[in-house]
Design a protein around this ligand. Structure first.
Ligand code: 2P0
Length: 327
């Protein structure tokens, strides 16, 4: 027997930056990745989402920053799972607000699908623990599985729906981390993350070795984090990002998310390091660069960047919290 629920809940989830990147799905339908990944949840950038299940609705409705969306494919994967678990056939109204400043150049899918998972589960009356919420968020977007938790987070790849979820990293002693995000003048992204990672996994001759690289990088990054070794942390993160981008360059047809401004920021980071200011870069599936550093270096880095980039394109974040569900 199916029942209907008429209930509302909200959730706030923060975005995350991957240090060891997720790039490829072994199972597209369930978003099971080929490899694990490690991220840092950030304090500044978040999504607040309200979900209302309403038996009077004839379809799910999604509003992002007040504008109704037509593509509900990923959201439906989360809502359909919630309906199945709650044994209801009510549709939902989703009202989502992104507090991700355009100057930051962060994608909002991680925070968006984590917030949707938390709000929709609570609205349907489900009491899910955090690993279960992480699995639910994963169905919307892989990186969202990590945004359920704060600070440093590892997504255990698993090989089925039950064992693929994220968890907080334990015994981390490296706590002084800052992220200086630089927004590069971007064209509209033409290759989505989903398409890009699919192409890399299917066509890059280096993909098999990438899986070995990630396994080693995860072990080494955890060592850096638990021994308070910022230099090792930065070196591994930077190398892992570039190795992910080497997969795009080695795909058929080759592609890249880099733009001229991306390389300009990389040069600035190398220049800062030559001056003895310790910082490293990481780049996701887009042209924007996130500089990893420690708090004392922020003013020096901003100073150097301001010679080439307007202050409106630079934002700073620190480690942030896990999901908050408001019922
Ligand atoms: C990551 N990225 O680990 C990697 C690094 C971008 C580069 O996860 O296809 O939006 O929805 O699971 O999570 C961005 O991809 O991809 C991403 P789907 P998602 O953060």
């Amino acid at each position: 027997m199916t029942t209907s629920v008429d209930n509302t809940a909200s959730a706030i989830a923060h975005t995350n930056i991957a240090l060891i990147k997720y790039w490829g799905k072994a199972n597209e339908k369930l978003t099971i990745p080929y490899t694990g990944s490690i991220s840092l949840t950030l304090d500044k950038f978040y999504t607040k989402t309200k979900v209302t299940f309403d038996s009077q609705l004839h379809a799910d409705k999604l509003f992002v920053n007040g504008t109704e969306q037509t593509n509900l494919k990923k959201a439906a994967r989360v809502l359909n799972r919630v309906r199945q678990l709650a044994d209801t056939n009510s549709f939902a109204k989703i009202e989502s607000e992104n507090f991700v400043p355009t100057s930051a150049g962060f994608a909002s899918s991680a925070s968006a699908f984590a917030a949707l998972a938390g709000a929709s589960a609570a609205a349907a009356g489900l009491e899910l623990d955090k690993p279960a919420l992480s699995r639910l968020a994963r169905l919307g977007s892989g990186s969202a599985s990590r945004s359920i938790f704060g600070d440093f987070v590892e997504w255990l790849p698993g090989d089925n729906d039950e064992n693929s979820f994220a968890q907080p990293l334990e015994n981390v002693t490296l706590t002084d981390i800052a992220v200086v995000a630089v927004k590069v003048n971007a064209h509209q992204k033409t290759i989505s993350s989903s398409e890009g990672m699919k192409s890399s996994a299917q066509t890059s001759p280096y993909y098999a070795e990438w899986q070995n690289v990630v396994n080693r990088d995860i072990v080494n990054l955890k060592h850096a984090l638990t021994t308070n070794n910022f230099s090792l942390f930065g070196q591994i993160s930077e190398a892992n990002a570039m190795r992910m981008h080497a997969l795009t360059l080695s795909s058929l047809p080759p592609f890249t998310y880099f733009e001229p401004g991306t390389l300009e920021v990389i040069n600035e980071v190398q220049d800062l390091r030559a001056q003895g200011i310790e910082c490293y870069y990481t780049i996701d599936a887009g042209p924007n660069v996130k500089i990893l550093t420690q708090t004392a270096n922020i003013p020096l880095i901003k100073d150097q960047l301001s010679k080439q980039f307007s202050p409106t394109k630079i934002s700073v974040a620190h480690p942030g919290p896990g999901i908050e569900v408001i019922k």
